[in-house]
Design a protein around this ligand. Structure first.
Ligand code: AMP
Length: 134
């Protein structure tokens, strides 16, 4: 059965795309901890636990996430891009990439930001443009 994230990667559910490749997809988190908070997923491997991925998909996912993180750093003012893997909510492996000004930006319990569609669109486009340059 398709997960919400595989449906997003397939374009069946809308998302703010920031990067894509044949195997992987990156899009803005709908409830961001910081502007530019991005999720990186394998398109077709829906296992909900990252350490269950086959080695090739696992390594490819991190290599893709690295490029996306470089693009985020270039597009969104931040000191660095933090990375986390939780998977407590959505049963489809995903990596969180979060632009950080301080440690507090990576607190999954804090109240999430509410950005307008226009703000999300502008952020996603900036990251996408930076990703395309890499
Ligand atoms: P977790 O599974 O604990 O890593 O959390 C799942 C993350 O996915 C949360 O940060 C949610 O805000 C995010 N999320 C859930 N549904 C969507 C969606 N349709 N589009 C973008 N992000 C989502």
């Amino acid at each position: 059965m398709a997960t919400i994230f595989s449906r997003i990667a397939a374009g069946e559910i809308p998302s703010f795309k920031v990067a894509e490749s044949e195997e992987f997809y990156a899009f803005l988190d709908i409830n961001p901890m910081a502007p530019g908070h991005t999720l990186v997923i394998p398109r077709n491997v829906e296992d909900d636990y990252i350490f269950n991925l086959d080695p090739k998909t696992y390594e490819g996912l991190w290599a893709f996430a690295r490029k996306v993180a470089l693009a985020i750093k270039a597009a969104v003012p931040c000191k660095r891009v933090g990375v986390a893997v939780l998977g407590m909510e959505v049963p489809h492996t995903h990596i969180h990439l979060v632009p950080l000004q301080s440690e507090a930006d990576m607190d999954f319990r804090k109240e999430k930001l509410h950005l307008s569609p226009e703000e999300n669109k502008a952020i996603a486009e900036r990251i996408f443009q930076e990703y395309e340059k890499l």
